[in-house]
Design a protein around this ligand. Sequence first.
Ligand code: F6P
Length: 560
Amino acid sequence: MASSTALICDTEAWKDLKGHVEDIKKTHLRDLMSDANRCQSMMMEFDGLLLDYSRQRATEETMDKLLNLAKAAQLTEKISRMFNGDHINSTENRSVLHAALRAPKDAVIKADGKNMVPEVWNVLDKIKEFSEKIRSGSWVGATGKPLKDVVAVGIGGSFLGPLFVHTAIQTDPEALESAKGRQLRFLANIDPVDVARNINGLNPETTLVVVVSKTFTTAETMLNARTLREWITTALGASAVAKHMVAVSTNLALVEKFGIDPNNAFAFWDWVGGRYSVCSAVGVLPLSLQYGFSVVEKFLKGASSIDQHFQSTPFEKNIPVLLGLLSVWNVSFLGYPARAILPYSQALEKFAPHIQQVSMESNGKGVSIDGLPLPYETGEIDFGEPGTNGQHSFYQLIHQGRVIPCDFIGIVKSQQPVYLKGEVVSNHDELMSNFFAQPDALAYGKTPEQLQKENVSENLIPHKTFSGNRPSLSLLLPELTAYSVGQLLAIYEHRVAVQGFVWGINSFDQWGVELGKVLATQVRKQLHSSRTQGTALEGFNYSTTTLLKRYLETSSEPQI
Ligand code: F6P
């Protein structure tokens, strides 16, 4: 067992896996897939979900060794410490309790000795009441009109998760019905083009702006919030802010300072990391305004179901644990630096962008939780697109170029089925034909011998050969509802935590985003003084000076 300051790579379990890589290199998925017992042992079912990881480059022996690694990493203890509210985010001295955000009312989850579940439900009840007022029209804007459109202003974790959930459920029949006549938009980028796009076609009289920021100091969000405040006050007068702007934050003092009535602020807590905040008011408020609280509650229940599974299921049947261990295997042992997230569902088009933040901001670290430089890489490069679009874009590289482990996510029942008379299959079956075919194409490939038998001309054989042996996993959801979207979210959140726990890093801080922000402050000051007083550029290197000079000399930005 690793002592708390030792690195996981020094344990016997890690070294054993390193040695085992040589055994795996001698295998091909073509052969591994012919062992039905092995494949059967690599299928897991839970609460309607089916996970099949038989196309991973792993044997039952690999799985045993990975479970030993989990033991060496003290995974059980680390998961308990997380749910017990210990300050496992040690560099920020905070608990990590996003699971408390979706816990049932009678659960007890403590942070610093205090049960947080009643506080969580106070905010949820407040959201329920407020969103019902807005949706029913009993809360009206400054000119007496109901507020039917919402613009949520926020970035990073205060944007990507809510956008993912919104996009995933907006075509679900129940959600669609409950959102009739309403719009939800997200303003994230400080690029003024994003403002223009988001207010295009909206009337301030019927719009509610929700400013979402954990810190209420994020430069982009605050400038965008001031921009929309201006848009509202110019049209409706300064007093309209009270009716047209609300906030979600942990920093209620700054919310008030901004001019938003604290009664119209929805709190969350420092033990919720930004990228883990979609189940707090960050996601629940905008989504409840659009779909009603009862739909959003189903999303919370789906996530909670996975929390309980994660906490209580033995590791060999525990979906987030198995997925986390397999990711460690792919990154640290097989040396695959990337992962593709490939939902065969247009509704999940924003899933990969959300997981990019959850995974890469959490696990892209260079030192252990104790500050020791890591002699191994952590985190993976995440990217993805819905199928089949991705097939017509980057799959060439995945099939014949680099090896990228793929997550295929499929849905049994379409949210919007279409079947045209006379067609061979329904539109959803057509989509899913690809979902089932791609993993086998990657695993089996196509040999020169097969091509010869098909009389392919000799000069084309190398070009048409597929090496195969490319790992993937398949996750099949019965349908895409608010509930299953919650399940999917929690699976990936916990998977990322498992990876971080095994790698021995702090998956819950994000110091790597700070340096760029500090340098931008220096540039901002320079732009201001150059534009207002003509101050010469100072303190930048040759490259930045040249670029800034060109920008200042040729830009048409209004002089302030
Ligand atoms: O820049 C990264 C980050 O700090 C993320 O971790 C966070 O989700 C995002 O900025 C937004 O932060 P806030 O919610 O405080 O505005």
